[in-house]
Design a protein around this ligand. Sequence first.
Ligand code: NAD
Length: 260
Amino acid sequence: MLKGRNAIITGSTSGIGLGIARGLAEAGVNVMINGFGKPEDIEKERAGLESQFGVKAIYSAADMTKPEEIAGMVADCEAKLGSVDILVNNAGIQLVSPIDEFPIAKFDQIVAINMVSNFHAIRAALPGMKKRNWGRIINVASAHGLVASPYKSAYVAAKHGVVGMTKTVALEVAETHITCNAICPGFVRTPLVEAQIADQARVNNMPEDRVVREIILASQPSKRFVEVEHIAALAVFLASDAALSITGTAVSIDGGWTAR
Ligand code: NAD
């Protein structure tokens, strides 16, 4: 169904973004991957997507804190793959710190990467989607786009912003065949969460195994981490034609976290 479509997945050199890139490629979508990492690792991933799934895979080194690089990424994808049919805004970082000690530059960086980059990418990709009257915008928000936790002021503010922007974009294009949705995962054991476990251990003065049990998975009633592959499958469904009427929503995939 998605064969021949073209997608950008930001922050796809690791974790959830990499999983979504693989899921879309498996569904026949040509992908532009993005994010930081060792050039040889990124090239291995890119070439692997092509050989494993028989799609085109290209890479953009765009930095999601730089508006002109984000616009350049979209233009590059349109030039090399022909269009951006599916835009997955996934790049994100985190810092756990009390607000009165929160480093100012870090706050700005988290908001820039986790929220403002979505605006720049959507702004650049939407005209092409409108021209073709087909598009899927998927913003990877978080359970923290719906509820808060202490010590995550920048992340929670940014992710709530992403959910708000998702609703606004959906309304602006509601009469077209373009949808815009947010995916709100609970905890997934990616490098981002590994770093958080270490941060929480420091802030709370606790060993890491206790942090996982008593802080991280305490908010997740399933007591399991969410699997990257399950998030990828949700993204593939949201990108499908069958999901046309799903727009402006924040889809939770959080083991029951936000049901409380
Ligand atoms: P990760 O650290 O494994 O991956 C983050 C990706 O973003 C990497 O590819 C990294 O290179 C890229 N990135 C970071 N800064 C960038 C920049 N300035 N420009 C371009 N790319 C940049 O993290 P993850 O856990 O896979 O997180 C992916 C998304 O999922 C984030 O938006 C995160 O907030 C969200 N999320 C994660 C969890 C979780 O538990 N892991 C839960 C909910 C939401």
